[in-house]
Design a protein around this ligand. Structure first.
Ligand code: SF4
Length: 385
């Protein structure tokens, strides 16, 4: 192990240049390190291929290098040549179509989604919002008053998810400003923050002013939730656990969502202990997302057959009260729970969320095609495709 660690540390110390911030932004090529090796590249090429900005916090780098899992975790943050593969889409869940006010989406009746920022503490190479993260995007909430008016006109909305990017790269002052436009609505009963900062920069949660922020939500009669994003047990640091426990003691509730990622966590021996650790910290495993067919990130997808084998393997290793996650495909048409691959060769699924209330909970199936990773890869023979 010692030898492996030395090699891992050496690899991790290679300096990745971020050409997007170079002084000669478009023309001069720079050497950029990819997991497969170094490559000269210009910012223009990066932009044309939608390659996400490179950024990893010192904290996270140290955490993964010192874990026994560097060879898996490096794929989360280190760029790959495979990102130049242009198959897939940049908006797989139809977020543009569901945007009702710039920076605010309303896909499912009860939930509003506010994109608070286009920045993150580090950038995940598989991000399904790579079209906007690390860039100056116009998909970010600019006019909070307009968003507030929309929420006021939609009493069916019961909760708002503040996401991005990562809301915890913003100042606490800015988060308070956002709350100014959400807390007055009695029909909102919870405020949720989606964040990977507990993996990338957990010390952010030591900021004492956050206690006041969450208390403000609670004093307004609403529940405060943080949805963490741990994909792998090697990402869960002592600092993350300490800060989660401290905020839980102040009434903040925690859920975790993970993405099923080839070469990173496509193994029940990794995901079962990840979910068990979350459970132990009082963080409820919630969604295990099938990786989306995102342009330049499709190499993270595993087949639905393998995903179902992994899901079964996870459930075989967890106790009853730890099995709180759903294996989910966040598709353009809705959130689909992937249930089983039957002896009849069909994949069985059910809508967990859908714009149409009638479809929620209904089981449906499609013939499985070997290697299929997404609903769009599965066709009925009668479709004639
Ligand atoms: S932290 Fe979230 S929004 Fe940011 S790059 Fe990772 S997955 Fe995307």
């Amino acid at each position: 192990m010692k030898t492996t660690r030395t090699i891992q540390s050496k690899t991790a110390k290679q300096v990745n240049v971020d050409p997007l911030t170079s002084s000669n932004p478009r023309l001069s090529s720079k050497i950029m390190n990819f997991v497969e090796g170094a490559r000269a590249i210009t910012p223009g090429e990066l932009e044309a291929n939608n390659i996400t900005r490179y950024r990893v916090t010192r904290f996270y780098r140290k955490q993964i290098v010192n874990s026994d899992y560097y060879d898996q975790l490096k794929f989360i943050v280190e760029p790959s040549f495979k990102e130049f593969d242009n198959t897939g889409d940049l908006d797989t869940s139809g977020e543009n179509d569901n945007t009702v006010v710039p920076g605010f989406q309303h896909k499912y009746a009860q939930t509003g989604l506010l994109l608070a920022t286009d920045r993150c503490a580090s950038y995940c190479r598989y991000c399904f919002r790579k079209r906007l993260v690390g860039k100056d995007s116009d998909e970010i909430a600019a006019d909070l008053g307009q968003i507030g008016r929309y929420i006021g006109n939609h009493p069916e909305m019961t909760n708002v998810l503040i996401s991005g990017g990562d809301p915890f790269v913003l100042s606490t002052h800015r988060l308070h400003e956002i709350l100014d436009y959400l807390l007055p609505f009695p029909h909102l009963n919870s405020i949720r923050f989606g964040t990977k900062a507990l993996a990338y920069a957990p010390k952010r949660f030591e900021d004492p002013s956050l206690v006041t922020l969450f208390k403000r939500i609670q004093d307004a009669g609403k529940a405060a939730f943080i949805v963490t994003h741990f994909d792998h047990i090697g990402e869960i640091s002592i600092d993350a656990e300490r800060n989660i426990r401290s905020l839980r003691a102040r009434g903040v509730e925690f859920f975790n969502q993970s993405v099923l990622l080839a070469k990173v966590n496509d193994d029940p021996e990794i995901l079962a202990p990840t979910f068990a650790k979350c459970h132990q910290m009082g963080v409820r495993p919630y969604y295990l997302f099938q990786a989306r067919p995102v342009k330049g990130a499709s190499h993270f997808q595993v087949s639905l057959r393998r995903g179902l084998e992994i899901t079964r393997g996870i459930n075989q290793r967890l106790s009853g009260i730890q099995k709180t996650f759903k294996y989910i495909m966040s598709h353009y048409t809705g959130k689909i729970e992937i249930l089983d691959l039957g002896a009849d060769g069909r994949v069985y699924m059910r809508y967990h969320q859908n714009r149409s209330q009638e479809k929620i909970g209904k089981i449906f199936s499609r013939p499985y095609l070997e290697g299929a990773c997404w609903l769009d890869d599965l066709f009925e023979i009668s479709d004639g495709k």
